[in-house]
Design a binder for this molecule. Structure first.
Ligand code: APR
Ligand code: PHB
Length: 402
């Protein structure tokens, strides 16, 4: 058994863990990241690409923003195609100048990974049997194995940045956590292709055939999504079938511009809303997908993780650099206020834009719900006050002052 020590143990080398590690190191707080899979595997995950200003600012603060500044695309608005009629939500004008950045999440993770390595910060990839111990004591620890060697990492705090399926949330005793979940009766089939996008900005499409999203990574790389039944398998969808269905769901003038090509990534993601309360237990703090999941409709996943990271690293800095030992125990209460706001917005956008073909709900009730949602969406698209509400939440609520 090899004993190692740090101040903050970070479980997971996704965007949450890597961003937290970078910001803690900048505050002089020692940290070690323990990751279950290889770095290459982490980078193989294709995720959303819309960054709120809060996350853009954090990446500048972490000094990991150069490539984003060079290759990212600031977006002043997005579109909603409502049964073929296109509405532009001018987020910049509606929010007094705030915008979002279009830059692949995988690229954010890559930049953070490279910055961590360049700084010489320790990351144990391909770690097995990760387990957290004595998290509600002043001497928590993490055990894991790597390349046949056993390790015990002693630390002051543990940041559980290990995603929805990680070990951290499950380390909190069941009777000490309260979980909220809503699983949507459909998923998103996503395709990445090296083809020019159909539009400069994102187009969220509500159609009688179901939801579609036309997104982008650059002027030569597109990201598209289709709502599919949660029973569908990715092998049910050839590229040809995907492009054919997408053409039927895009607004007509956009469909005419669609350039198809081979998919370089194709996968189906389930849609769920999930929150674990509280987001802490003793000296274990849950961050990002370990604590909450949002349907991707509002592009809040990474952005919500970023606000968790911002809150936790600032509170830990108060502990280590200002001697305020109790500061970090305010984390969950602060983080949850923003989590629930983003959960509601993502749920609301998902309800308005998708076709609820939920067999568990009586067809009459389903049709009534769909009419309600059509009327809701029509109001928010045709009323400037409604557009302002949508824009203000899409760009993201400001982070709380710590
Ligand atoms: N031990 C160590 N690492 C683990 C364990 C474990 N037991 N379980 C999971 N992990 C790792 C995963 O391999 C993954 O690399 O934790 C990391 C969690 O990363 P994400 O799932 O990406 O979660 P997070 O960093 O919170 O990302 C939040 O970015 O990746 C997107 O969909 C995600 O939008 C969300 C946002
Ligand atoms: C993406 O580009 O992958 C993306 C963009 C916006 C969303 C979801 C996904 O709401």
């Amino acid at each position: 058994m090899q004993f190692i020590k740090t101040q903050v143990a970070i479980i997971g080398a996704g965007p949450s863990g890597l961003l937290l590690g970078q910001l803690l190191a900048k505050q002089g707080i020692d940290n070690i990241v323990i990751e279950r899979v290889s770095g290459e595997y982490v980078l193989g995950r294709i995720r959303a690409g819309i960054l709120e200003q809060g996350l853009v600012d954090l990446l500048h603060e972490a000094e990991v923003s150069q490539r984003m500044d060079e290759e990212g695309e600031p977006h002043d608005g997005f579109e909603i195609a409502y049964y073929d009629k296109r509405y532009r939500i001018d987020i910049k004008a509606l929010t007094g100048g705030r915008t979002v950045m279009c830059y692949g999440q995988t690229e954010v993770t890559r930049d953070l990974m490279e910055a961590r390595e360049k700084k010489g910060l320790l990351t144990y990839y391909s770690s097995n049997d990760v387990a957290l111990h004595n998290v509600d004591s002043n001497a928590p620890s993490v055990t894991f194995s790597q390349d046949g060697k056993e390790f015990t990492l002693k630390c002051d705090f543990i940041a559980g940045c290990d995603g929805f399926h990680g070990v951290s949330r499950k380390t909190i005793p069941e009777n000490k956590r309260n979980e909220f979940e809503r699983v949507f009766p459909f998923g998103w089939l996503g395709v990445l292709s090296d083809t020019p996008p159909v539009a400069e900005e994102l187009i969220y499409c509500k159609t009688e055939r179901g939801f579609a999203l036309a997104s982008r990574r650059s002027a030569v790389r597109s990201r598209y999504y289709l709502q599919v039944p949660s029973t569908d398998k990715v092998e049910d969808w050839s590229d040809a079938r995907f492009w054919d269905e997408l053409k039927k769901r895009l607004p007509t003038d956009a469909a005419e511009k669609l350039v198809t090509g081979a998919s370089i990534e194709k996968s189906i993601a389930p849609l769920r809303s999930f929150v674990c309360e509280p987001m802490q237990f003793g000296n274990l703090f849950l961050v990002g997908d370990a604590a909450h999941i949002v349907p991707p409709t509002g592009a809040k996943g990474l952005n919500l993780a970023a606000s968790d990271v911002s809150t936790l690293y600032r509170l830990l800095s108060k502990v280590y650099n200002d001697g305020d030992k109790e500061a970090v125990y305010r984390y969950s209460e602060i983080a949850l206020r923003r989590v629930w706001h983003a959960e509601r917005f993502s749920w609301w956008m998902s309800n308005m834009l998708h076709d609820f073909n939920d067999d568990n709900v009586d067809i009459t009730e389903r049709k009534m719900f769909d009419r309600f949602m059509q009327s809701e969406l029509s109001f928010f698209l045709n009323d400037e006050a409604g557009q302002k509400v949508m824009a203000t939440q899409y760009v993201g609520m400001p982070y709380e002052k710590i």
